[in-house]
Design a protein around this ligand. Structure first.
Ligand code: NDP
Length: 249
């Protein structure tokens, strides 16, 4: 029997990359996993992979930039499983440009998806989690939210905002047995980073003491740890998983 046996987890952005790896790893450790994102075909493939390996999973259509979609997906998951005990807020996008020429729509879209969506989905699931008196909320931030980055003011603001949300919520719900933490990945090889040009990739690798990109599995393992009983006394923490790229406080 694995550590997360019997737990119900919801992972957003589970159709590819880090979210998909989180869903697979939580399921491997015994959790029943609700996979959510906009691309239902890819969610179904990931859910089928989990079930083929003997796990339990189901796919749910969700657009975290839409409040209506968040409400209806939260209801569907609760109707299906009765509760969500482990919430992994992973869905995220980037729309990069220098601040001086960034379009208002690119600012708004990134904040709506990466920050407001996390708040609204968490709020939609919080009451039953409080009643359950056990919960794990894990928000996927970024090394960019810790350091800032030229050409990513919207993304950095959204990911730094997640850290403030994480710590405030951690204080609000601690008395009910719920921990709230963030994982801040560094440079991870996923579809999001695959289109980066060679020059930018080399510049980033030069900043990483471990000298390589991270894998989606390395993020998923950190998330699974924060979801485990072993992490019960950790809350309001930002776990850097970045090969040493940023060694902050
Ligand atoms: P990908 O672009 O590979 O995957 C993003 C996922 O988010 C997809 O499953 C996508 O699914 C989902 N998503 C995007 N927009 C929405 C939306 N509006 N509603 C629901 N789901 C959505 O990214 P990564 O796997 O690389 O990144 C995952 C998270 O990790 C993001 O929050 C990212 O900011 C963060 N991160 C990534 C790093 C990296 O180096 N890769 C570094 C630091 C942080 P679909 O399109 O089907 O909706």
């Amino acid at each position: 029997m694995s550590g997360l046996q019997g737990r119900i987890a919801l992972v957003t952005g589970a159709s590819q990359g880090i979210g998909r790896a989180c869903a697979l790893e939580l399921a491997r450790q015994g959790a029943t996993v609700a996979l959510a994102a906009r691309t239902e075909s890819r969610l179904a493939e990931a859910a089928a992979e989990i079930e083929a390996a003997g796990g339990q999973a189901a796919a749910f259509a969700l657009d975290v930039a839409s409040e209506d979609s968040i409400r209806s997906a939260a209801k569907s998951v609760l109707d299906r499983f009765g509760k969500v005990e482990i919430l992994v807020n992973n869905a995220g996008i980037a729309r990069d440009d220098l601040a001086i020429r960034m379009k208002r729509t690119d600012w708004d879209e990134v904040i709506a998806t990466n920050l407001t969506g996390v708040f609204l989905l968490t709020q939609a699931l919080l009451r039953p989690m409080l009643k359950n008196r056990w919960g794990r909320i894990i928000n996927i931030s970024s090394v960019i939210g810790r350091m800032g980055q030229t050409g990513q003011p919207n993304y950095a603001a959204s990911k730094a905002g997640l850290i403030g949300l994480t710590r405030s919520l951690a204080r609000e719900v601690a008395s009910r047995g719920i921990t709230v933490n963030a994982v801040a990945p560094g440079y991870i090889e996923t579809p999001m980073t695959a289109e980066m040009d060679a020059e930018r990739r080399a510049a980033i690798l030069a900043q990483i003491p471990l000298g390589r990109p991270g894998s989606d599995l390395e993020i998923a393992q950190a998330v699974a740890f924060l979801a485990s009983e072993g992490a019960a006394y950790i809350t309001g923490h930002v776990l850097d998983v970045n090969g040493g790229m940023f060694m902050g406080g």
